[in-house]
Design a protein. Structure first.
Length: 441
């Protein structure tokens, strides 16, 4: 099994390797690169990967079909069951059946597909995003944007070379309460911020026990294609569905949870890459054969502040985010993406007065003085709406661009490498490389 830090594939070799995987079916289409969608044109969608998250995205797009004139015309999944379910759902949502395809190359070769949604396992996000834009398709790509640095770079560069609208699935950037909380920061209400803490907990064997493990048969999918750029290994239904527990395919907590958290750090604190990361953890709660940790903590150094990220799968203690400034603290109650933020003034010291009472107020929306809900589901439509609006206007600066996706991917990749190597790692923003020692300034 190849370590994350061993994946130092030079760019030319990677591009050649990916080209071999994609094949000639998705060759560059100059016509679709510059395709501008008119105000009344139907946006034809293709879904690549229609498992759990892909099914959610499918439903979300259908809920916006009238407002934005969109329609799913093709669905793609390697597994027969997922593909058949997505085809049936499409017919129910839109009144007619889509083309149901097994291979993403087939879908990307369809000239009448304007945009694709990618919701496949994490190790395939970057290669498929790169393939999609090289085929001239606009794209919505689930997070993390990638977990191999050279693959993420290649996908980002492919997007930036083309006039295409790409949204990365860090959806909290589009949600109203997160935007309102960011305005508190941008207004200077917290003063100088020196520390940003994220704690997200869950009590249970997360990502283990998927029922599909007992349902799939090797003949009903294409195992080699599922592996994509990874070395061959015998068919493993647990890996197929519980991939977040296996280090070569996912880092688990960093890829799935920290990606949201670190992206919000970047969103709130002006999109700076990390300087260094030190991570630690282990399998302490669920010794069920998983390789990735169930208990994890990372310290992330930025030029002007320190961020910390912590997760336990062995305890459901309160989750929160806390942004600490000299004037006030901005506190999120409920963990990942919770809309419930409050501002607590920073006056006096508990050492001087143990009973000090500090003024606080909820972050609210215009015309509504109530606090936000304690959590928000992954089915909120604001992020998808932003992508559709950008498709209509031709605006390539979506709420979550590939530059944003690249930054959160760097943070998660560094955290995973630091955990497995057991040492602090540094990021050289000039060369876009992860290093063992601080780069020269």
């Amino acid at each position: 099994m190849q370590d994350l830090n061993d994946k130092k594939l030079d760019r030319r070799s990677f591009l050649n390797k990916t080209a071999g995987v994609v094949g000639t079916a998705v060759a560059t289409s100059a016509l679709s690169y510059e395709r501008i969608l008119g105000a009344n044109d139907r946006i034809a969608l293709g879904h690549i990967g229609v498992g759990n998250r892909g099914t959610q995205l499918h439903l979300m797009t259908s809920r916006l079909k009238g407002k934005y004139n969109v329609e799913t015309v093709a669905v793609c999944d390697l597994w027969t069951r997922n593909r058949d379910r997505a085809a049936a759902n499409t017919e129910r949502y839109y009144g007619r059946a889509p083309r149901a395809l097994q291979y993403f190359e087939e879908l990307l070769a369809l000239k009448d597909v304007d945009a694709v949604l990618i919701a496949t396992p994490e190790h395939s996000h970057s290669p498929l995003l790169k393939a999609a834009v090289e085929a001239g398709k606009h794209a919505y790509c689930e997070k993390p944007m990638g977990n191999v640095l050279e693959e993420v770079k290649a996908a980002r560069d492919a997007v930036k070379e083309r006039n295409l609208v790409v949204q990365v699935g860090t959806q909290h950037r589009s949600e109203p309460y997160q935007l309102a909380a960011r305005e508190v920061l941008r207004s200077g209400g917290l003063g100088d911020v020196s520390k940003y803490e994220l704690v997200w907990n869950y009590n249970g064997p997360r990502w283990r026990g998927r029922p599909e493990v007992k349902q799939i048969r090797e003949q009903d999918t294409d195992w080699k294609k599922w592996l994509l750029t990874k070395p061959y290994r015998p068919f493993d239904p647990q890996l197929y569905f519980e991939f977040r527990l296996y280090r070569e395919f996912s880092s688990g907590i960093p890829d799935q949870w920290m990606s949201h958290g670190i992206d919000l750090v970047h969103f709130f604190m002006n999109e700076q890459p990390p300087r260094s990361i030190m991570a630690h953890g282990g399998v302490f709660a669920w010794r069920d054969g998983r390789q990735n940790p169930d208990t994890f903590q990372a310290l992330v150094e930025y030029p002007s502040l320190l961020a910390s990220f912590s997760t336990s799968f062995g305890n459901d203690s309160d989750s929160f985010s806390r942004i600490m400034g000299k004037k006030a603290t901005l506190i999120n109650i409920g963990g990942e993406g919770s809309p419930r933020w409050k501002v607590v003034e920073e006056e006096g010291n508990h050492e001087d007065n143990p009973n000090i009472q500090r003024a606080e107020r909820w972050v609210t929306l215009p015309g509504d003085d109530k606090p936000g809900p304690i959590n928000i589901g992954d089915e909120d439509l604001s992020h998808m709406s932003n992508w559709f609006e950008c498709l209509r206007s031709g605006n390539t600066h979506t709420n979550a661009t590939v530059d944003n996706g690249f930054l959160h991917s760097v943070g998660c990749i560094m955290a995973a490498q630091s955990y497995w190597q057991g040492k602090r790692l540094y990021y050289d923003a000039r060369t876009e490389q992860i290093k063992d020692s601080a780069p020269a300034t």
